[in-house]
Design a protein around this ligand. Sequence first.
Ligand SMILES: Cc1ncc(COP(=O)(O)O)c(C=O)c1O
Length: 364
Amino acid sequence: MIPIAKPLIGEEEIKEVTEVLKSGMLAQGKEVEAFEREFASYIGVKNAIAVCNGTVALDLALKALKIKSGDEVITTPFTFIASANAILYQGARPIFADIDERTYNLDPEKALEKINPRTKAILVVHLYGQPCDMKAFKEICEDHKLLLIEDCAQAHGAEFEGKKVGGFGDVATFSFYPTKNMTTAEGGMILTNDDEIAKKLRILRDQGQTRKYWHEELGYNYRMTNVAAAIGRVQLKKLEKWNEIRRRNAELLGNGLKKIDGLNPPFVDRRAKHVFHQFVVRIESDQLSREELMKRLKERGIETAVHYPLPVHHQPIYQKLGYPKEICPRAIDAAKRVLSIPVHPALSEEDIAYIVRSLEDVFR
Ligand SMILES: Cc1ncc(COP(=O)(O)O)c(C=O)c1O
């Protein structure tokens, strides 16, 4: 079976983790500090705060920015649910604006239309590894004095106009879940150039303590372990190479799919360096349903997935909150048509050729 994702754990990761285990210093400590320094330097941002997953990274980021009840945050409905839930955690209201149907990312024009006096921030998600139009979002946030938050969970190393994502927002968050472009098993990171926000994030992450057993804030235990950080430090060194392989795989897949009618390969913004967390095709065929295509590929040993089958505002929890179903028609349409095909760096060129051949067969 060719899986849709495959974490790559080598001897180096095993060696580093073993050393941490032998050291007995298991929880947050020197490995975490080193990982933070190295990740901040890789992205080109002053401060990095490691946490235990990408969801709490978003939660803390919004708390540190003082997003609160009564505030509105504009975001995309076409993402993993954690992006929008982080807004609800604060008692604030996610306001969904529609996507650009080519990139599947939040459309700056649509976001602009939603701005009103309650708007505090725009939360962009660099979906599938493709950066959002950060030139437009920077301008909008500057013009309207809004905070800019980047959810980079799917875009480690991606660039917009030569600058890495994670360096544009007031804060940016990453996830290191095993299917991501790099992993720490579970893990997350928050980046910011603002020292005060960084200080606040460190306090909130660790029980609101400013010194031992002195708790000035309602804090949390959102710490990363040294074990996770040891994996992350090794993975970070391999990230660029893996991203290059993802990009090569995407090119081979894209070229192969050109011949197939009814299957549109991903569009890449010329200003962006896409890191292909997912390779997502759009099914335009009337003859073959997505479910049928997935079934036939599975019979041939190829796993595929749908990211995501429902836009966030159609999820039961958001329906209970009263979001109208008909908003964001492009996101609704995308959710019906997208299909993720394996692109990860564990694939060989033969695997890619096999995937292309199988798709040709199925569409014949
Ligand atoms: C866009 C996006 N945001 C947030 C998250 C949450 O990250 P985690 O699973 O590490 O909590 C994920 C991934 O899982 C994601 O894809």
